[in-house]
Design a protein around this ligand. Structure first.
Ligand SMILES: *Cc1c(COP(=O)(O)O)cnc(C)c1O
Length: 227
């Protein structure tokens, strides 16, 4: 089942890129393996997949320890500052940076590990009360406030838009994210060269690709529903 799902998603990525004149290698599939067993991760690994996303620190650490060392692990869930130390030695990218204090902690722990950690700024694109992330209007000031952190590399933006009834509903949110990224790059800020847009999940990843996503985070369409 996982192989069929994987093939289908890969095909969808390819056809959506063709349709919108994008290069297929501009779009990275992040396999969201949260709650799924290591055997499922291994199935995808054997098919060639190397980028996996988890949303809980403990689960991420356990899977990192149990899985082949050439996997790229992305932290996509809300991250508490006191837990950064458990993942700082190996995490490839943290998608959920939404406070200066969290960015400072990542910087400190990265420094201890002699690393520079890639991060994305989480944006609450629909200004939902219940969601983590910065409002669009606050992103530029936020970037200025963390630009001095030498062991944090801000690669781009991430968003989790509302759960759509139909995927088209989220197109305008993906479009706002793309515009925000372009606007920020136009201003040529010191230390900022962002080209990553992490957006699009099982229900809407093709719309996200059409609107400029460079990382899509797909869980249930790949591994089956989480129940
Ligand atoms: C669970 C999760 C996903 C994947 O969601 P699916 O709808 O199962 O594809 C993507 N991003 C984040 C931040 C998640 O927590």
């Amino acid at each position: 089942m996982i192989k069929e799902n994987y093939d289908l998603i890969k095909n969808n990525i390819t056809s959506t890129c063709k349709k919108t004149n994008r290069k297929v290698d501009e779009v990275e599939l992040l396999a969201v393996s949260k709650t799924k067993p290591m055997s499922d991760i291994m199935t995808l690994y054997d098919l060639g997949q190397r980028s996996f996303g988890e949303n809980k620190v403990q689960e991420l650490v356990e899977k990192y320890e149990g899985m082949p060392k050439d996997i790229n692990w992305h932290m996509i869930g809300h991250l508490q500052r006191n837990k950064v130390k458990y993942i700082a030695s190996f995490v490839n990218c943290i998608h959920s940076v939404d406070s200066v204090r969290l960015a400072e902690t990542i910087n400190k722990e990265a420094h201890k590990n002699s690393r520079i950690i890639d991060v994305l700024i989480e944006v609450n694109v629909a200004s939902e009360e219940s969601k983590f992330g910065l409002r669009i209007d606050d992103v530029v000031e936020f970037l200025d406030n963390i630009s001095h952190l030498n062991n944090v590399n801000v690669r781009g933006l991430m968003t989790i838009p509302p759960n759509p009834k139909s995927p088209e509903e989220n197109r305008m949110f993906f479009r706002s994210m793309y515009k925000l990224l372009v606007d920020i790059n136009h201003e040529k800020r010191d230390n900022v060269n962002m080209n990553v847009l992490s957006m699009g999940m099982s229900k809407d990843y093709m719309i996200a690709i059409e609107e400029g996503a460079t990382i899509i985070r797909v869980g249930s369409d790949l591994f089956g529903s989480r129940l």
